[in-house]
Design a protein around this ligand. Structure first.
Ligand code: SF4
Ligand code: SF4
Length: 453
């Protein structure tokens, strides 16, 4: 190779408002560059031609520091760090059963191919295990399902036993649950409020959109019931809404605005890959870009509430702001431990009842196969063999939900093409939005989201 040429890592060059910017994929770093530097970067061949640069050494040095030069980049031992982490959250599948029949349910009517309820013994064993064996000072107990409120007796027991265990081990405990809200009543909502639960409600947008997919056993839409129960028992202010978007309504902006008007504290909207198609993704991309425009407009009007609640977009902006390597999409298999109704242990609820992905059991005793667990972590950390490695948005995307990848392509590391195309189309707009943020706006957006990404 030419001595004046260096190999570059995956990147993208943008022009915006008369300036040029370099975005380096896996460190998610963004730099303004001048015309000389832009000319020296051959993006098609991932080569940096230094021959005609004046202050060559200085530039090479700063690009090296930014992790842009392929040959001198030293990959940190991320895998080692991740493997050493103790989980901070215990997910208990209180109920593999649900009172609704949502069309897109990845768990097959909430049953995960294994209908039933968790026993007290299994829940106790799992709670004992995380408090006794993990070093973290704070454990989050996530009461999950199916519909967790169907197993209210165990729901209550887990709160009481979790608090007792936290006291005994001198740790703190936080509670979280995701519910369809239809079973909320004075008693269970009191438990939730009194124990400061972080609550996520599944609601898909306006009545028509929601009722298209989320109905009960009699195929009656549940929108009215959900809204009535939340308003009556919990209020929306401190509650997160999680909407699943399908091809029936890919208008993410309308969905966001409806949930925003209902007053939810935070709103996350995700497409259900299986219930999308090429046209729906095209529409989604267009609506997403409209949403970004609206975000920009509201920011300029100082309507920060509208912006801060949009968790999809704020988390991308936060990643650009923080930079840093992103080699794993989520905390599956390292940050959390999931126990199913039979006491089988998985890295995330989406792998429940998928036999190859289980790595331990919590029956008479807890037995964990650390080797197997670390193999899964290795599999999910993006390495040089991953198809994501050459994708310029890896640092922002992280490679897609491994469970969704598995579902869509049969491989946790292989993402779904249409989703990737959609993400690669919206990310330049997200980066341009970031470039427009003032320091004051960054302070406000990221202060609220400190520690999240
Ligand atoms: S999942 Fe798709 S969009 Fe995300 S980093 Fe991998 S290839 Fe890129
Ligand atoms: S595997 Fe998917 S569902 Fe599970 S924690 Fe990761 S992102 Fe979430």
């Amino acid at each position: 190779m030419d001595n004046n040429a260096l190999n570059l890592k995956t990147h993208k060059i943008f022009e915006y408002k008369g300036s040029n910017y370099l975005f380096i994929s896996d460190t998610a770093s963004l730099f303004e560059i001048d015309e000389d530097l832009k000319r020296a970067i051959d993006s098609e061949n991932n080569i940096f031609r230094t021959r005609n640069l004046n202050n060559k050494d200085e530039i090479i040095n700063s690009l090296d520091k930014a992790g842009f030069l392929k040959d001198s980049f030293r990959e940190p031992d991320l895998l080692g760090i991740i493997e050493e982490q103790d989980p901070t959250a215990l997910v208990l599948m209180l109920s593999q059963n649900c009172n609704l029949r949502c069309t897109y349910c990845y768990a097959g009517d909430g049953e995960y191919s294994n209908k039933g309820f968790m026993s007290k013994e299994i829940a106790k064993k799992a709670i004992d295990y995380v408090f006794m064996n993990y070093d973290n000072d704070r454990i989050t107990l996530i009461l999950f399902g199916g519909e967790p409120l169907l197993n209210i007796e165990l729901f209550e027991y887990c709160i009481e036993y979790g608090k007792l265990k936290a006291k005994e081990t001198n740790k703190s405990i936080a509670f979280s649950t995701t519910t369809n809200a239809t079973l909320l009543n004075p008693e269970n909502s009191k438990l939730i409020r009194d124990n400061n639960f972080t609550v996520t409600i599944s609601i898909d947008g306006d009545k028509e959109t929601h009722n298209k997919n989320r109905f009960d056993v009699n195929r009656q839409g549940t929108y009215d019931k959900v809204v009535e129960k939340i308003n009556k028992y919990l209020g929306t202010r401190n509650i997160s809404a999680r909407a699943t978007l399908t091809k029936h309504n890919p208008n993410i902006k309308d969905i966001y605005e409806h949930l925003y008007k209902l007053g939810f504290g935070s709103i996350h909207i995700s497409p259900s890959i299986e219930f999308m198609d090429g046209n729906a993704y095209e529409e989604l991309t267009m609506h997403y870009i409209n949403l970004i425009e609206e975000f920009r407009k509201r920011l300029n009007e100082k309507d920060y509430e509208y912006c801060i609640k949009m968790s999809n977009l704020v988390s991308y902006l936060q990643r650009i702001h923080n930079g840093g390597l992103r080699r794993k999409f989520c905390g599956a298999y390292n940050n959390m431990i999931t126990v199913d109704i039979d006491g089988k242990i998985y890295g995330c609820h989406r792998f429940v009842s998928n036999p190859p992905f289980y790595y331990g059991k919590a029956n008479s005793d807890i037995i964990i196969d650390d080797k197997k667990k670390n193999e899964y972590i290795q599999l999910m950390v993006k390495n040089t063999n991953s198809p994501c490695q050459d994708c310029w948005i890896l640092g922002l995307c992280g490679g897609g939900c491994p469970a969704e990848n598995l579902n869509a392509t049969g491989d946790v590391t292989k993402p779904h093409g249409l989703t990737c195309e959609h993400l690669r189309q919206i990310m330049p707009e997200v980066i341009r939005l970031y470039l427009d943020l003032t320091n004051e706006q960054k302070d406000i957006l990221f202060r609220e989201n400190e520690g999240k990404d």
